[in-house]
Each structure stands twice: as C-alpha cells, then as structure tokens.
Unconditional design. Structure first.
Length: 603
C-alpha cells in the first residue's frame, strides 16, 4: 500500500477533484450543445437563410459525429494517452464552437457542428477512464453520483440555458452566444486540465485497429443518420437503404472483431466484455434507459413549446424542478448505494414510474396551460428517480471490469448511450407524431364551435363563415396529421385561413380589420387544437414510457445485489477513501499501476 505524507496526500486529493471538475465541465458542454441549438433554430434559420434540410443537419450532424467517433477515440486514448487526447479534443471543441458562433452561412455552420461533434465524442471517450483513474474504487459511487448529476443537469437544462442566453442577447450576439459562451469556459477547463489531469495509457502495448475503426464508424453512420433524418424527410428510399445496410456492416464489424481477437490481435471492441454478466446486462439497461430518457425530453419539449405555445425560456423554467431533483438525488445516490447496494436502481425507477403517472394525471386536469406549481411536484419526483438511477448504474457496470478494458469501456458505454438515444428518438418520434395525427380530427372539432363564434363576433358576413370554417378545419387537420405538425402547409398560410373574407388593398379600414381579426382567430384556433392534440399524445407517451420504466426496473434485479469490489476497496482504502489512500483501482490503468494522480499536481 503506498504511503504518503499528509501534505502530499492533501495535494493529491485536491488535484484529483480539480481533474474531476475539468472532466465534468467538458461533459456539461458536450451534452448541452447537443440540445441547446434546438432553441436557437428559428433565429438561425432567419439569420442564415437556412432551409429546413440545413436546420435538421445542424441538429443531427453533431450527434452523428459524436457517436461515430467514440470507439475509435477511446483506442487513441489507450495509445497516445487519455490526457493528451482529451485536452486536444477539448481545444478542438472550443475552436469549433467559435467557428459555429461566427458562421456566416448555413453550410459553414453545419461543417463546424460536425467538427464540434467529433471533438465532443473524442473527449467523452476518455471520461470514464479518466474519472476512474483519478479516484480509488471506494470513491466511485460518490464521484459517479456527481457525474450523473452533471449529465442530468446538462441534458435537461439545454432549453433553459439557451432561452436565457438568447433572452439576454449579450453584446447583441443573439443566437451566436450559445456557441461563443464555450470559449471562456473551455479555456478555463484547458488550463486546469493541463495541470491536474492524469496522463494514463494502457499498460499493454496497443495498436489502432484500422479496419475495425472504419467498420464501426461506417456502421454507426448508416444507422444513426437515417434515424435522425428519416421521419422529418418522409423516409425517402436512400435513407431506408442506408438503414438496411447498417445491419450487415455492423455485423461484419462484430465478426471481424471476434476473429481478430481469436488470432491474438488487438480489436477496438473487446467482445469478451460481454461475457461479464454485470457489464452486459448493465449496458443493455443503459441502452434502453437513455433511449427512454432522450425520448421523454424530446416529447415534453415539443409539447410545451409547440403544443402549449410556451417560449423556450418558459419551457426551461417549467422543467427546472426535473433538473433540480435529478441533480440533488444523483449527489445523494452514493449514500443510498452504501445502504442498499444496487437496490437503489429499482428504487429510482419506481420513483420515476410514479412521477410519470402523476404527470399524466395532472396534465389531464390542468389542460394546455399547466401551472408551474402543479407540474413541479411530479417533475421533482421524476428527477429524483432518474438521479438515483443514473449514477449507481455507472458504478454497477464498471464494478467488475478488468483494468485492461478501461479504455474500451470508456468508448463503448457512451456509444451504447448515444445509439440508444438515437433509436429511442426515432421510435418515439414515429409513435408520438402518429398519436398527434390520431388526435388531430377530434382536437380540431373541439375548437370548431369557438372558431365559428369568434368569426361571427368580429363581424364576418354570415355567408362567408362556413367557407372560413371549412378552410380552418381542413388546414388544421392536415397540419396536425402530417409528419411535421410544427410546419404550416404552404396552402394554409394566414391568408388561406381567412379565405373569402373581404380585405386587401381595395378594402375599407373596417373590412381590413375584420379580415385581420379573422386570420388571428383562425390561427389561435389552430394553436388551441394543436395544444389539445399534443396534450393527449403526451399523456399516452407517458403511459408507454412508464411501462418501459417498470421493465427497466425489473431488469436491474438481475444485477448483483452488492458490488464486492467496491465494498472491499471501501474497507481497505480507509475511512475517507481519498485518492492516494487505498490500493490500486482495478478499473484504472494509470501509470505505475496505481491508478492514482501523482502526489505532485503539476506532474
């Protein structure tokens, strides 16, 4: 057991925590930039004259590049050193963020977003191994609790942070600020990381499996790109062909990796990882869970902003209790884990399940303009359930992983999460918009009487009311029944909604006023119908996800009740379990086999 004097151990402790702060800052920026751009898309579209296809790419190309780079970047970390790859990728991320912020046209922004995604994936691929190497295993429940809190806050707070930045409009930068804000934060993280991150390499001599890297990137591209773009584009044949081709390419990747390992080679994907029951089951649970979480965030955001007409800032404030509950519970998860072990996982899913049912009931009672206080309770409960689940899940997955596999796990787990999120979004997107379409007709019918009464009240001539009414019903039903109900059909623009109502250049002021009020009434009725349709669709999605939560919670009972390695390290590492005070971390692969940061924080 290594012996350190008090001053050296203290320096080692704060060096490890500063290294963790750098890693978590990078994690926060990576995840925030995956969602924050959604808030700014309307402004970006106007400023850069970006068509819908380019807007879709601004969102999807980041996730695509992120996912495709993870496995290969993890191997590069094994070969070149995780600190070196992490800091290089962090610098590239900051530069790409600046390029996004100063982009003068849509293609430039798309390319910059792709570079940003590659850099984010390369950082993320080092995070698990870096955090594992900074702390002994007795500390893992606590540090991964903090890690889970960071994931939760970043994932859920995107709309709130984006809305605040756009609302403040500092230096009159508008939407550009959501990218440029990464510059000061990234530079600070680079400086701290340069001094306090451990430059760990694999103890074994590693080579880059070029064929495996190419096959994995190609297979993930063929899978994720169609899933991200297919629904919005109406599933054109090329995207369907790409999706079909992903299956043989990914299968070829697995077969090649298996044969390479059997020949004594160094495959980029260690298939023997999946012989570890805890890891294999934990990875499957993470795949389903993160797909479910991404889907829930997606549908709630759409329902609040488009269905209910909330601004991005108001939608972000509405979901703030969710982020708060997730963050606080994730921080407390290590305490709960020490008491009940992996039983904290089904406990978290039980709370999540209860929150979904409560949320569905409250939405039914509150309607399309729910009060913040009414939503806060279920969202806080749901966030707490997620917080109790995310952090211990990481600990359960990593508990029995061998040291030589740390790099592979660091790239594989984020890949599992990203692919799960992409597939979950694709599946729930189809389900959700089909549910909206199914509710379109009754939702529009529910608004018809109010629409007619409003037209009559503002003075639309009686013979013209049926025509305006019919146009409203047809347009609203068509829009809500489409694959993209957020987009108004070309033949249903405002003028069409007041078809037959006198107005225009030759109309007198009274007629023009009636026409404008008729257009406003039709538009308001369409928004109200959308709110009803989205509300009912969201309630059904909440029930679907609640069933998935039950299944995920039940699956966690198959994990070991206790992670013995963690408990043994907790006993052997001393009461405090500070870095440098215990035995070698069996997950880390830091130099000198210790897995601990150097006693000198500047080394």
């Amino acid at each position: 057991m290594p012996v350190l004097n008090r001053q050296s151990a203290t320096r080692t402790t704060w060096a490890a925590w500063l290294g963790l702060a750098t890693s978590l800052t990078a994690v926060f920026m990576q995840l925030l930039d995956a969602t924050i751009v959604n808030v700014a898309l309307p402004s970006i579209a106007v400023d850069l004259d970006a068509p819908v296809s380019m807007q879709l790419l601004m969102v999807s190309v980041y996730t695509l590049a992120f996912a495709c780079s993870l496995i290969t970047a993890a191997r590069l970390g094994d070969i070149l050193g995780r600190r070196r790859v992490f800091l290089t990728a962090l610098a590239a991320f900051v530069i790409a963020s600046v390029l996004c912020g100063i982009a003068q046209d849509a293609p430039t922004l798309v390319v910059s977003r792709a570079v940003q995604g590659l850099a984010a994936g390369s950082m993320s691929a080092q995070t698990f191994a870096i955090i594992s190497g900074l702390f002994p295993k007795s500390r893992h429940p606590r540090v991964f609790g903090i890690y889970g809190a960071t994931i939760g806050l970043a994932t859920i707070s995107g709309p709130l942070v984006g809305g605040l930045l756009i609302e403040w409009n500092l230096l009159d930068l508008g939407w550009r600020l959501i990218f440029l804000v990464n510059l000061p934060i990234g530079i600070a993280a680079l400086v701290v990381g340069y001094f306090f991150l451990v430059d760990a390499k694999s103890e074994e001599k590693r080579t880059l499996d070029v064929v495996g890297a190419v096959l994995s990137a190609a297979g993930l591209f063929l899978l994720i790109f169609p899933l991200a773009e297919g629904r919005e584009r109406g599933w054109p044949v090329p995207l369907v062909v790409m999706l079909a081709c992903s299956v043989p390419v990914l299968l070829a990747f697995v077969v090649y990796e298996y044969r390479l390992g059997r020949r004594g080679g160094d495959p980029v994907l260690k298939l023997e990882l999946f012989t570890d029951r805890a890891f294999a089951l934990g990875a499957a649970i993470a795949f389903v869970f993160f797909g479910t979480l991404a889907s829930l965030i997606f549908t709630i955001s759409l329902t609040l902003q488009f269905g209910f007409g909330f601004s991005p800032l108001r939608a972000g404030v509405m979901t703030l209790p969710w982020a708060l509950g997730m963050g606080l519970a994730a921080l407390a998860s290590s305490f709960v884990y020490k008491r009940v072990g992996n039983l904290v996982l089904p406990t978290g899913m039980a709370l999540f399940f209860g929150s979904l049912l409560s949320l569905s009931y409250i939405l039914e009672q509150e309607g399309t303009d729910p009060r913040w206080l009414a939503m806060a309770g279920p969202l806080l409960l749901g966030g707490a359930g997620l917080g109790l689940f995310v952090a211990p899940l990481q600990t359960a997955i990593l508990a029995t992983v061998q040291p030589r596999h740390a790099g592979a796990v660091s790239g594989l787990l984020p890949t599992v999460q990203q692919v799960g999120s992409s597939i979950g979004l694709a599946v729930i997107g189809v389900v959700f918009f089909n549910l909206v379409a199914g509710q379109a007709a009754p939702a529009v019918e529910s608004q018809r009487p109010a629409m007619v009464a409003e037209l009559e009240a503002i003075g639309v001539p009686a013979p013209l009311v049926p025509r305006a009414e019919s146009t409203f019903v047809d347009c609203a039903t068509t829009q809500l029944g489409s694959t993209s109900p957020m987009q108004v059909p070309e033949d249903c623009r405002p003028d069409a909604l007041a078809a037959g109502v006198p107005g225009g250049a030759d109309a007198d002021p009274a007629q023009e006023r009636i026409r404008e009020e008729a257009i406003a009434a039709a538009a308001a009725s369409t928004r109200a119908a959308a709110g009803v349709a989205f509300l009912e669709a969201e309630r059904r999605v909440l029930w679907i996800i609640s069933v998935v939560a039950v299944l995920v919670g039940a699956a966690t009972f198959a994990l070991p009740r206790r992670n013995r390695n963690v408990e043994e390290m907790d006993v052997e590492g001393g009461e405090d379990g500070d870095p440098g005070s215990g035995e070698a971390d069996p997950v880390s692969t830091a130099p000198a086999v210790s897995g601990q940061p150097s006693a000198d924080p500047l080394s």
